[in-house]
Ligand binder design. Structure first.
Ligand SMILES: NC(=O)c1ccc[n+]([C@@H]2O[C@H](COP(=O)([O-])OP(=O)(O)OC[C@H]3O[C@@H](n4cnc5c(N)ncnc54)[C@H](OP(=O)(O)O)[C@@H]3O)[C@@H](O)[C@H]2O)c1
Length: 392
């Protein structure tokens, strides 16, 4: 089926009982709770794909948007449909889409929340989302929807920091890469972003030194990390500098609050590129109290911490001659690497087993009604796991 045969356009088929009903977990207002209600059935435009969703994953940003309201993603107009990570079956394709066909099983980065798209129809948390063809990958038969849904945002964030030309600009990953004799520091290896970053960097030919809790050392090694340190150790900076002596460092990707300072300290003392691509906020939001919206006392507590951490990082980077810059995965929608990563690399890498879906899914529900609860589970914290809702 193509855009020229829009049998599935709900508005065009009001009397056709066979047209499936679209539903979404709507965020009706900032600081609100999600409510499952009917959603419009949207016909895919040029370069777009309509998917029947089978699994979605939850990221920290998904619960932060309702919590922080207009302070984060101020362009969002409510009611809105959030969500970045999905896997499902292709129902219809728009003009110019050649990389997938109707019936294909795919994963995709849903771009609805990002400023360049800003469109509820493209939020992941609905039964029939629209996704962009260049951020969609056809799944190999062996990969289940719940496993595949863990990948898109973690992969995209890692790829932006590692490969974008204004970030670390590393060589791109391939499935038959040759080792380069260069190293990359990836702090936060057991995060979703980190699990993808380790594999991407290794597939691009780099050796990886990473950080995690000791219980996850073997896991991050299984993803390809050559050396791993405990990020809670007081000796971490010295230990990393000793381990990297005589090695050329192509830069660092810092994931997790507090990681950027460690990366600056390490790169300052090592041979190589003095550049940290950071993807996390200066302070952790994990400790903010549960509730439906940020309160004035919480803001009063957070702002001095954010300012102090940001100033510390700024001063440290200048004093030590290391550049530290923040990167946002929203650039994947229109940057120079998105199509390569999702079209040219990931499908082949998943088929050949050179790239694993990681971290492991933690399935916490089976319907759109379970996504609100999934937000709370993600917010309380996970370790080397991705919170997933199975919509099969
Ligand atoms: N800029 C963007 O576009 C973007 C997009 C996605 C995510 N992010 C950010 O990236 C970070 C990771 O997100 P995620 O979804 O991948 O997180 P996640 O999977 O929920 O992170 C959980 C993991 O964080 C690890 N961790 C916590 N603090 C750490 C630290 N100081 N150093 C190293 N590891 C630490 C823990 O490792 P152990 O279990 O081993 O202790 C745990 O496994 C968050 O700050 C998130 O906001 C940014």
């Amino acid at each position: 089926m193509s855009a020229e045969t829009p049998q599935l356009n709900h508005s065009d088929n009001k009397n056709n009982d066979t047209v499936p009903k679209n539903e979404a977990a709507w965020l009706l207002a900032q600081h609100g709770l999600l409510e499952v209600k009917e959603a419009p059935f949207t016909k895919p435009g040029a370069g777009e794909i309509l998917v029947r969703n089978h699994a979605v994953a939850v990221n920290p940003i998904d619960w932060m948007i309702p919590y922080l309201g207009k302070r984060l993603f101020p362009w969002i107009k409510y009611p809105f449909v959030l969500g970045f990570d999905l896997a499902g079956k292709v129902v219809a394709i728009g003009k110019g889409v050649t990389n997938v066909k109707v019936g294909d099983r795919v994963l995709a980065l849903a771009g609805g929340s990002v400023k360049q798209r800003n469109r509820a129809a493209e939020g992941a948390f609905q039964t029939y989302p629209i996704v962009l063809s260049h951020l969609t990958t056809v799944l190999p038969d062996h990969l289940s929807y719940v496993d595949a849904a863990v990948i898109p945002l973690g992969l995209s964030t890692a790829a932006c920091g590692l490969f974008q030309k204004d970030a670390l600009a590393l060589n791109l990953p391939t499935i038959d890469t040759k080792p380069l004799n260069q190293w990359v520091v990836i702090s936060g290896g057991a995060t979703s972003v980190g699990c993808n970053a380790i594999q991407l960097a290794v597939a691009a030919g780099y050796s990886v030194v990473t950080t995690a809790s000791p219980k996850n050392f073997n896991y991050v090694r299984s993803l390809g990390a050559a050396i791993v340190f405990d990020y809670n150790s007081k000796e971490i900076v010295n230990d990393m500098i000793v381990a990297l002596e005589g090695k050329y460092i192509a830069g660092a990707l810092s994931i997790g609050a507090g990681s950027t300072e460690t990366c600056i300290d390490v790169l300052a003392q090592c041979e190589g590129r003095k550049f940290v691509a950071n993807v996390s906020s200066a302070v952790s939001f994990d400790t903010i109290p549960e509730g439906r919206g940020i309160t004035f006392p919480v803001i009063l507590k957070l702002i001095p911490n954010i300012l102090a951490s940001s100033i510390k990082i700024w001063l440290k980077s200048r004093l030590k001659g290391v550049t530290a810059k923040f990167y946002d995965s929203s650039s994947m929608v229109d940057n120079e690497i998105g199509k390569y990563i999702f079209h040219d690399y990931l499908g082949k890498a998943l088929s050949t087993g050179t790239f694993q879906a990681a971290p492991k899914p933690k399935i916490v529900g089976t319907s759109l009604h379970d996504i609100q609860g999934a937000f709370e589970i993600q917010r309380r914290g996970v370790s080397a796991a991705k919170v997933v809702v199975d919509l099969t």
